[in-house]
Ligand binder design. Sequence first.
Ligand code: TRP
Length: 382
Amino acid sequence: MGKIILTGDRPTGRLHIGHYVGSLRRRVELQNSGEFEKIFIMIADAQALTDNADNPEKVRQNILEVALDYLSAGLDPEKSNLFIQSQISELTELDFFYQNLVTVQRLQRNPTVKAEIQMRGFSDSNDGSDNKAGTPVGFFCYPISQAADITAFKATTVPVGEDQEPMIEQTREIVRKFNSTYGEVLVEPEIMLPDNAACLRLPGTDGKAKMSKSLGNCIYLSDSAEEVAAKVKGMYTDPLHLQVSDPGHVEGNTVFTYLDAFCKPEHFEKFRNAFIGKKVSFEFNSLDEVKDQYRAGGLGDMMIKNFLAAVLNDTLEPIRQRRQELEKNIPYVYEVLKKGTEAARAVASQTLADVKRAMKINYFDPGVLEELIKEQSDKYSK
Ligand code: TRP
């Protein structure tokens, strides 16, 4: 059997460079590797609603934003099936059956959901204020719904960020429980994490653990070159590196973390003499050389920030250009989503049929009703 990918994002905002290095860039590589039989990329609007029930408009708006980001980043609808989660009702049916295979106690142990509940102020100690109104049940249970997303497409491979590891683990448990209870129907997926440590969890521009819209520390894929340069200028570096001549720290220095995630060998050639508006040459041949010089002292923060801005804009420019083209053709983007959703639905519907058959809850399938009638009639004629 061929390998199948399923992955996706919640449409709660435009995608940022953390999404890009954490998953999007890899998805495009995987798509173009030809190693996968099918690739499903899902806009998880139903999951987004689990903590945005009062704001469906935000989710609705961001479906298009995420689709534009996907296509601009290089996902190709001829190779990757893009679809909208909420339009596949089969997923909620699978979710409903899987709920019986998971305990409340197990869900409570999911570290990502735990952290998210904390972050959102859904704490159980309800103090009466609006944002401490408790945890929505749908939100608490989203790992089960995510198992439905993954298994509906018989995905073998789920490329996601590190924070999604607990979801994949729960999915695997559900698959094992289902298969041992009802028969081998579902496929146990493997997680695929980013291979570069800096990409596992790209910090925000303020050095905080994660890029997040609410913290205002994101660089978006759709930011202009000027916005990127301004955000990089304001970035957190090494607080002990006060003068250019001071020795600097590279570890925990966000500018270097970003360089680790984005810098490629060709950037040194490309930016050696042409430094954005400055008559300064940048005589380095590798990132290791830059790091050594920074550690030794004599390399200023402005210099490394200018280099980073150049590297980021070099990566983002083709994405921005594709986005501008796509923004002129919105009907095309919705057509991609509609076609992709129809194709995805056909697959999910097949899996749901397999699941119901295994659970023997397919009473009205062709042939099944006749047997059921016979079985029950026999019982009553004894
Ligand atoms: N939870 C993922 C996120 O936060 C989105 C998602 C929903 C997903 N269902 C999925 C990812 C299934 C991978 C597989 O972005």
